[in-house]
Design a protein around this ligand. Sequence first.
Ligand SMILES: [Zn+2]
Length: 215
Amino acid sequence: MGVILTGFVPSVSTKLATNRAVPAQSKLSPDAALRELMDGNRRFTSGHLTTYEEDLAILKQKTSEKQEPFAAVLSCADSRVPVELVFDQSIGHVFVTRVAGNFVTPEIIASLEYGAAVLGTKVILIMGHAACGAVKATIQGKQVPGQISALYLHIQPAVDQAGPDLEAAIKANAKIQAALLRQASTVVSSLIKENKLKAVSAYYDIASGSATILG
Ligand SMILES: [Zn+2]
């Protein structure tokens, strides 16, 4: 761990775009929802964040009664992966679930099903990230205190598939978890069949701030 963030310094004070039009969730297709996330990531890496002013405006509007997120993200708990910031999305736009190692459990699936079936998210992104400590520890099989090793069980299939290369195992894990979600959730799989939802895996490079869709 202990990776120093270099290569991107989004300058909030000098490069704020003004009032980017926020797409209405009901009008977004799954492809458009994914595009909106990736466009946000490009704004993030180029230092053209738009969400800071939006967030402040949204807070003032008291839109606290309901949420209409267009996308859901399953991310690692790692502090170097600030999901809303990475995709330049403001309050109410992204439904985020997080667990160290970004793997699906019944509770995570339940949360993502709620996001898709009740809130209407159009895309689910399962996102691993560079230098993931949970995947690294699984590869090493290190003795760890308490219940930390409970994470290993979920990540081991990726290590079995990809071998000891950290980046390969992280990418394999994101793909395996996306496949597991599509398999285990009848809610997700039927929405995908009806072209109302996409569930894709991604890799986040913590040095550049760039998110890449995995094949
Ligand atoms: Zn991680």
